[in-house]
Design a protein around this ligand. Structure first.
Ligand code: BGC
Length: 516
């Protein structure tokens, strides 16, 4: 690749310890934190296409939808500000909450943040299940959002710190797996409750309590990570925890690196002020661009609005929910592909392969819909075309599920040095939530105005992000989390930002501090 000399940084270390029952069980339990996020992502689209729900809370949308004489084009049927604000209020709450979570995660440990996330989400699901008016619906969703903000801020960091370097990718992706299971379960629940005579939507919203309880109880059983114990000054506990997690008493080399990282971390009093220093530039850029790009793949158009989208394409009520179930199943199954391959083929390969697959699918879907509905949005899809679109959407979802989905949570959580890890993850979550919010808020309007061009719009972004990964993301597979600076130091572009002392194994001082 062009530009800059590659600096020799010495070999990447290989610590003792591999998969142990202890690490598997703790990561499994922690990963259930992804369930609440997933359940929520999957439930709102189905609920907002249920007639009884619309009639009760959003009567104007309901009228528009069922008014046979309406001249609305296919693309504009569901365009309602109020309806989208129901879906997207959660993401605003999660965005704000992730900053509070970052302070708690740093000062009190990862475990406490996971616990808080579970409890607040539980309260939100109760308020939503009992909702009598739009205000209660939105308050409930704001609480769910706070829960998601805490969970998404703390769980990926927890997983990346617990896992041995060689298995970090696969173990961290348990989080994404839980997200996809949450989405699928939500789709199934919607499919079931939509058949109920009344109050189906209420059940859909109330059942969010189940993943919340799993996460809350699970978090009570979790130990804190060695990195976080050290960060908070518990040296002995940290060492014995590391021995337990790695399944061997011979952890001296890794423990020394954790100690160095923790010494370094103590010198940084203001992670937020430090994170903007040039030495953290590569990580900061990734923490902003990766979640931004993840949302610009357009995945959540499918996740939130699959039932609406399929209805627009001419599938009937039940067929719409069923199609959402099919794409949900593909989402879960395809995640395993990356769980089992990410620590072998690496992050870059999955990003690039998945990116290309998504580009191809989006372009074909855009063209098919454009040809069939045209600019006016009049017409319908024949059964054959509707099935073709469904298959393409599934291939697209599979690509996302083994690339940008899990990697969007893995990569940011593994690249930050300890002293700014919590803050960095908060940025990742908030950028992710912000763009999830934007997509949720404007998708229906975009579909109405950009029509089939919407799919081409996302394809164009996928081209940009694939090129970005090719040039700017170094491979991080098998690299110990506290050794990550070596990777940046070897990169043709980022090398110049990383000071030499950051990779010597000694303590690096933040700018402005000197040794007396
Ligand atoms: C993304 C979500 C998306 C989900 C789909 C996650 O990684 O952050 O926005 O809905 O994957 O499985």
């Amino acid at each position: 690749m062009a530009g800059g000399a590659v600096v020799s940084t010495g070999p990447i270390k290989n610590y003792n310890g591999g998969m142990t029952t202890f690490v598997f069980v703790t990561c499994f339990v922690a990963a259930t934190g992804g369930l609440i996020f997933g359940y929520d992502l999957g439930i709102s689209g189905g609920v907002t296409s249920m007639n009884e729900f619309l009639e009760k809370f959003f009567p104007s949308v309901y009228k528009k939808m069922n008014d046979g004489s309406s001249k609305e084009s296919q693309y504009c049927k569901f365009d309602s500000e109020l309806l989208t604000s129901f879906t997207s209020s959660l993401y605003v709450a999660a965005l704000v909450a992730s900053f509070f979570a970052s302070a708690i995660t740093r000062v009190f440990g990862r475990k406490i943040s996971i616990l808080i996330g579970g409890i607040v989400f539980l309260v939100g699901s109760i308020v939503n299940g009992l909702a009598q008016n739009v205000a209660m619906l939105i308050i409930g969703r704001l609480l769910l959002g706070v829960g998601v903000g805490f969970g998404n801020q703390s769980v990926p960091v927890y997983l990346s710190e617990m896992a041995p370097a060689k298995l970090r990718g696969g173990l961290n992706m348990g989080f994404q797996l839980a997200i996809t299971i949450g989405i699928l379960v939500a789709n199934l629940v919607n499919y079931g409750t939509a058949q109920m005579k009344s109050n189906g939507w209420r059940w859909s919203l109330a059942i969010a309590a189940v993943p919340a309880i799993i996460m809350t109880v699970g978090s009570l059983l979790l130990p804190d990570t060695p990195n976080s114990l050290l960060e908070r000054g518990h040296m002995e506990k940290a060492k014995s925890m590391l021995q337990k997690v790695r399944g061997t008493s011979d952890v001296d080399e890794e423990f020394q690196d954790l100690m160095d990282a923790s010494e370094q971390s103590k010198l940084v009093e203001h992670p937020w002020r430090n994170i903007i220093q040039p030495r953290y530039r590569p990580q900061l850029v990734m923490a902003i661009l990766i979640p931004f790009f993840q949302q610009l793949t357009g995945i959540n158009v499918i996740m939130f609005y699959a039932p609406v989208l399929f209805k627009t394409l001419g599938f009937g009520d039940n067929a719409s929910l069923m199609s959402a179930v099919i794409s949900g199943l593909v989402n879960v199954v395809a995640t395993f592909v990356s769980i089992f391959s990410v620590d072998k083929v690496g992050r870059r390969f999955l990003f690039l392969q998945g990116g290309i697959q998504m580009i191809i699918c989006q372009i074909i879907v855009g063209v098919v819909i454009g040809l069939k509905f045209g600019i006016n949005g009049e017409g319908s899809l024949s059964k054959g075309y509707a099935n073709l679109v469904l298959i393409l959407i599934c291939i697209y979802v599979a690509a996302f599920a083994w690339s940008w989905g899990p990697l969007g949570w893995l990569v940011p959580s593994e690249i930050f040095p300890l002293e700014i890890r919590s803050a960095g993850q908060a940025i990742n979550v908030s950028v992710n939530m912000f763009f999830t919010f934007i997509i949720a808020q404007v998708f229906l309007a975009m579909l109405c105005h950009m029509k089939f061009g919407l799919f081409l719009f996302f394809a164009a972004w996928e081209i940009v992000m694939t090129i970005f990964i090719y040039f700017f993301l170094p491979e991080t597979k098998n690299v110990p989390i506290e050794e990550m600076n070596r990777v940046w130091k070897q990169h043709w572009f980022w090398s110049k930002y990383i000071p030499d002392e950051a990779i010597t194994g000694g303590i690096q001082l933040p700018a402005g501090k000197t040794v007396a």
